[in-house]
Design a protein around this ligand. Structure first.
Ligand code: SF4
Length: 134
């Protein structure tokens, strides 16, 4: 059972990430392509704590979408769990012009998530979002 405080600390990480991302904001045309992994040829990964936070959205894990190669939380062309989405989701844009900065931000903020997981004894995993909800 993951303590409430761990989720509160994770949300604080997401808030800090939002501030760190401000200088790099990229346009999102809400095409839904980046979360349709089979189509776009990439994958987003989530830690165990992030996956648990995604489940807390209460949104159904759509296994048909997983079979089709999409994120189970994609609804139409938009994220069905926007406030609960993981670091990878928050950092990824089709526009890849800030790739170097994005990778650095990912490393920095994932370290913070791992620190929370270590602090609360949460097993550290890092899985494709299509495999994180068995
Ligand atoms: S959680 Fe949302 S943003 Fe992340 S991969 Fe799924 S649909 Fe896309």
């Amino acid at each position: 059972m993951i303590p409430e405080q761990a989720f509160a600390e994770l949300r604080a990480v997401y808030d800090r990430l939002a501030v760190a991302l401000e200088p790099y904001q990229r346009h999102c045309a809400a095409r839904g392509i980046c979360c349709d992994f089979a189509k776009c040829g990439h994958m987003l990964y989530v830690t165990g704590l992030e996956a648990a936070e995604m489940l807390r959205s209460g949104v159904h894990v759509d296994r048909d979408l997983i079979k089709q190669g999409s994120c189970p939380f994609l609804r139409g062309k938009q994220c069905g769990i926007r406030d609960h989405r993981a670091i990878g989701c928050r950092l990824y844009y089709c526009d890849r012009t800030y790739e170097e900065e994005r990778n650095a931000l990912c490393e920095t903020f994932l370290k913070e998530v791992r620190a929370i997981e270590a602090k609360y004894g949460i097993e550290h995993t890092y899985k494709p979002v299509t495999e994180a909800f068995p």
